[in-house]
Design a binder for this molecule. Structure first.
Ligand code: NAD
Length: 290
């Protein structure tokens, strides 16, 4: 396939490189990053999009996605698909899909879980919203860049699925860390709590797979001095997107709001920036009730 890839940063570069390695013709554009091996560099987003059957965006935020979509939609070929893999707000994803529709271009929002390691090793999961036929056409590309692609329904639903998932993840990570810190202070200990909870009704991915305590459970960022993994500031961004979406549709999300505020304080007022989001455990262990 002929592919245009716009945004060749930490995530975009390895994703574009894996498409090129699989034999696709990939033209890439990024004003600030070099095209990876196998990807031919363009001097504008429009140049990368012209003639492409699929254009993929991997950009920092909704503003950049709206801006780039506005620059390329006029030049895209009839029948081409615009796939936005960035993590952005639901409202902008739906706005871009409407704009694409007015140009006769099918749009998919397809944010990823899996991070930079997933992007480098083909382990990403894509959560897609938008036209079913467009999803079927792009699916082989998702399976080249990642290991799983889930169609979640209409435009914006990929972003909605991701932010709902990550709101659960942020809240369960905090609850797991709180229980670990409480168990330590009660004299039960973290290892004993892990042994009980990981096989009981309090179990979760945060406890069982990504245990925030060093030396307990499978290897996780806690065993690597909380080097991210998934950085606390990325979790904060997810929780903020969830709160913005909840405000837009009048949903009551008190735990999501509390999780967003805790990660905001951790990242902006304390020493959480640059640490894995599971470093909430040493933060809580170091503090008392006030
Ligand atoms: P990054 O900052 O490394 O890369 C973004 C790239 O976009 C930069 O190279 C920048 O120059 C480029 N860019 C900005 N504006 C542009 C424009 N108008 N035209 C072309 N290129 C432009 O960020 P990243 O870590 O690659 O993240 C990209 C997206 O993936 C974000 O939405 C992020 O939330 C999401 N994401 C990141 C991770 C992660 O672990 N890094 C995990 C999941 C999802």
């Amino acid at each position: 396939m002929k592919i245009g890839f716009i945004g060749l940063g930490s995530m975009g570069a390895p994703m574009a490189a894996s498409l090129a390695r699989a034999g696709h013709g990939v033209k890439g554009f990024d004003p600030a990053a070099r095209a990876p091996e196998g990807v031919s560099a363009c001097s504008s987003a429009l140049e990368a999009a012209i003639g492409a059957e699929v254009v993929i965006l991997m950009l920092p935020d909704g503003g950049a996605v709206r801006d780039v979509a506005g620059r390329i939609l006029d030049g895209m070929s009839a029948g081409a698909v615009l796939v936005d893999c960035s993590t952005i707000d639901v409202a902008t994803a739906r706005e871009v899909a409407r704009l694409g529709g007015s140009h006769g271009i099918a749009c998919l929002d397809a944010p990823v879980t899996g991070g930079t390691t997933g992007a480098a090793e083909g382990g990403l999961t894509f959560l897609a919203g938008g036209d079913t036929d467009a999803f079927a056409r792009v699916r082989p590309l998702f399976e080249t860049m990642g290991s799983r692609a889930v169609h979640c329904g209409a435009a914006g639903n990929g972003q909605a699925a991701r932010l709902c998932n990550n709101m659960i993840l942020g809240a369960t990570m905090i609850a797991t860390c709180e229980a670990m810190a409480l168990a330590e202070k009660l004299g039960l200990g973290q290892k004993a709590l892990f042994n009980v909870v990981s096989t009981s009704s309090g179990s979760s991915w945060s406890m069982n797979t990504y245990c925030p305590a060093p030396g307990i459970g499978p290897a996780s960022p806690a065993d690597d001095n909380y080097r991210p993994g998934y950085a606390a500031e990325l979790m904060l961004e997810d929780l903020r997107l969830a709160q913005a979406a909840a405000a837009d549709c009048d949903a009551d999300t008190p735990l999501g709001a509390a999780a967003a505020e805790l990660y905001r304080a951790f990242v902006e007022e304390e020493d959480g920036r640059g640490k894995d989001f599971s470093a909430m455990l040493p933060r809580l262990l170091a503090r008392g009730r006030t």
